[in-house]
Design a protein around this ligand. Structure first.
Ligand SMILES: CCCCC/C=C\C/C=C\C/C=C\C/C=C\CCCC(=O)SCCNC(=O)CCNC(=O)[C@H](O)C(C)(C)COP(=O)(O)OP(=O)(O)OC[C@H]1O[C@@H](n2cnc3c(N)ncnc32)[C@H](O)[C@@H]1OP(=O)(O)O
Length: 219
């Protein structure tokens, strides 16, 4: 379903798997850097030197910049690998990243959030919990064969979600009505999966074909 982009962002001789491995390696190092950045007590001069060095590194990421709405050649859309997703992307410094797998009639995600994703001290930012659940509920729709977009998302924060703690996210489609899917989700710790810390209810809608073409011209 994904049409190949007209220009590839890497040389034709490189296989996507090699490119994905390199993207994931850089993503991992960047996430480690982000964690070190938000937890360091390094003195001012080290921070200034780091800023200079990082600026120099950024200058090495040359070449054509991906256009808005262009699907990376290393990705499979919808529903497959998305290397730069802010939630699942192994190449994203923003992503935990969440690892997604089928689970009975739904989907399960595993991740550990760091201090970069903190809201209250020691606990996960509520917006991050919403992002994890929104993404996983999207995957639940895809797994139920109706790729769709969120049109409403209701969150209930029952207990704070600890950072630096393995988490389990779950989502499943509870019903459908034409292009609408009704989805529920929850976050718990891996240690105590029976105690939901956050629960969510959402409505997803599959765009009609004309709308989908207009929204995602690269597919
Ligand atoms: C090839 C296309 C596939 C597209 C799928 C896209 C991504 C999924 C891909 C892979 C899945 C894998 C991983 C998950 C990835 C991401 C998950 C994160 C999800 C997001 O982060 S996503 C971003 C935030 N999301 C938006 O940016 C949506 C903005 N939105 C719109 O772009 C339009 O809304 C649209 C296009 C969705 C539908 O537009 P449309 O024109 O096709 O449909 P229309 O408006 O006619 O609504 C149809 C029926 O839904 C009812 N309805 C509408 N709104 C409602 C509401 N709030 N509550 C209850 N019912 C509602 C209507 O009342 C009507 O119902 P009825 O027919 O009964 O009257």
């Amino acid at each position: 379903m994904t049409a190949p982009p007209t220009e590839t962002p890497f040389p034709e001789t490189e296989e996507p798997d090699d490119q994905r491995t390199a993207i994931a390696a850089l993503g991992h190092e960047l996430r480690t850097l982000v964690d070190a950045t938000v937890t360091t007590a390094a003195p001012t001069e080290i921070l200034h030197r780091m800023a200079d060095e990082v600026r120099g590194l950024t200058g090495q990421l040359t070449g054509r910049r991906r256009r808005r709405a262009e699907i990376p050649a290393v990705d499979e859309f919808p529903g497959g690998v998305r290397m730069y997703s802010p939630v699942t992307g192994l190449g994203s410094p923003l992503a935990p990243p969440l690892r997604v797998a089928p689970d009975g009639d739904g989907v399960v995600g595993h991740c550990t959030l760091g201090i970069a994703h903190e809201g209250p001290p020691g606990y996960v930012h509520g917006g991050m919990s919403a992002m994890l659940l929104d993404e996983l509920m999207g995957w639940a729709c895809y797994a139920a064969k109706s790729p769709a977009m969120t049109v409403s998302l209701g969150m209930r924060y029952r207990r704070p979600v600890p950072v630096e703690t393995p988490l389990r996210v779950h989502a499943r489609v509870t019903g459908t009505e034409d292009r609408k899917a009704f989805v529920t989700g929850s976050i718990s710790t891996e240690e105590t999966p029976s105690v939901p810390l956050v629960t969510a209810d959402a409505v997803f809608v599959s765009p009609g074909p004309g709308r989908a073409r207009a929204l995602f011209p690269s597919t």
